[in-house]
Design a protein around this ligand. Structure first.
Ligand SMILES: NC(=O)c1ccc[n+]([C@@H]2O[C@H](COP(=O)([O-])OP(=O)(O)OC[C@H]3O[C@@H](n4cnc5c(N)ncnc54)[C@H](OP(=O)(O)O)[C@@H]3O)[C@@H](O)[C@H]2O)c1
Length: 261
């Protein structure tokens, strides 16, 4: 197998890790093409790949397109990649709740891929990681319900969140004692957040941030709300599959859908 792969959002926090893992794990892709916004077109990335512009003539001829450039870009460009012949794996919130798009964690419900129509969604990082031990627990004991609260790292706000945190570290580390004695004075030393104080709200649960009117960008908050629903969608899938056991491993997607509450 030899694949031509597009990575959309290749300069971002997630996309850059995608590129690195494709390289490190020897993914069978002789050609990997990075895409990003107009700001980055022409930029050379680690490994010598050059960022391309999203356009009808640049998206042709891909087998797989990995999307991690935000839901707006996914809604606009994923169907165009599919029309041009690619299978899209979308890491944004754009299609997570779309009944026509399978929501897949490979180790949990790879059967849901059967009959996909070109776009496959995956849950957000928190849900995705939680699903692996949850599936093992479910297989062993049969989970009925779960209450979860996630605490997002600064990186959850993307490269801007990481940059903001890095800029805060040096001034704060210069006087650690002040952090204990006079937090307000310490906070006054850090540059004003270009984004929204993603780092300072990093230790608050997502639903708190939303309720408190956290100024984090609207798309990120919407993605978080969608994650809650996406987690429920996968959990529902597990319940439905459990009800239909023992034939579960042989079920096609259509039958699983019928079992959904
Ligand atoms: N960070 C996480 O932990 C995490 C986890 C799971 C899912 N996600 C999802 O993954 C997606 C990306 O997140 P991220 O954290 O990597 O964000 P990010 O660091 O802000 O990166 C965004 C990427 O999208 C590109 N982009 C922005 N506008 C574009 C446009 N108009 N056309 C083409 N490309 C454009 C950016 O290119 P430029 O560099 O040129 O601006 C950059 O490559 C989001 O949907 C997010 O919800 C993030």
């Amino acid at each position: 197998m030899s694949l031509r792969v597009a990575v959309v959002g290749a300069t971002g926090a997630v996309g850059s890790v995608m590129l690195r893992l494709l390289r490190e794990r020897g993914f069978p892709a002789p050609e990997i093409v990075p895409f990003a916004s107009e700001r980055s077109v022409g930029r050379e990335l680690d490994g010598g790949l050059v960022v391309q512009r999203l356009a009808d003539d640049t998206i042709r001829g891909f087998d797989v397109a990995l999307f991690s450039a935000g839901a707006t870009r996914s809604r606009e460009w994923a169907p165009r990649f599919v029309a041009a012949g690619a299978v899209v794996v979308d890491n944004s919130s754009a299609f997570r709740m779309d009944d026509d798009v399978p929501l897949v964690v490979a180790e949990v419900n790879r059967e849901a891929l059967d009959g996909h129509r070109g776009i496959v969604a995956n849950p957000n990082c928190t849900t995705m990681v939680a699903m692996l031990p949850l599936k093992a627990l479910h297989d062993a004991f049969g989970l009925r319900a779960m209450v979860a609260t996630s605490y997002q790292a600064a990186g959850g706000a993307g490269q801007k969140g990481i940059d903001e945190l890095v800029a805060q570290i040096a001034p704060l580390a210069a006087d650690v004692r002040q952090l204990c004695d006079d937090g307000a004075a310490a906070a006054a030393k850090v540059p004003p957040p270009p984004l929204s104080s993603a780092a300072s709200s990093a230790a608050r649960p997502w639903h708190d941030c939303a309720a408190a009117g956290d100024p984090r960008d609207a798309e990120t908050n919407a993605a978080s709300a969608s994650d809650d629903r996406a987690g429920r969608r996968i959990t529902n899938w597990l319940h439905a599959a459990e009800r239909e056991a023992p034939q579960r491993r042989h079920l096609g997607r259509g039958r699983i859908r019928k079992g959904l509450p």
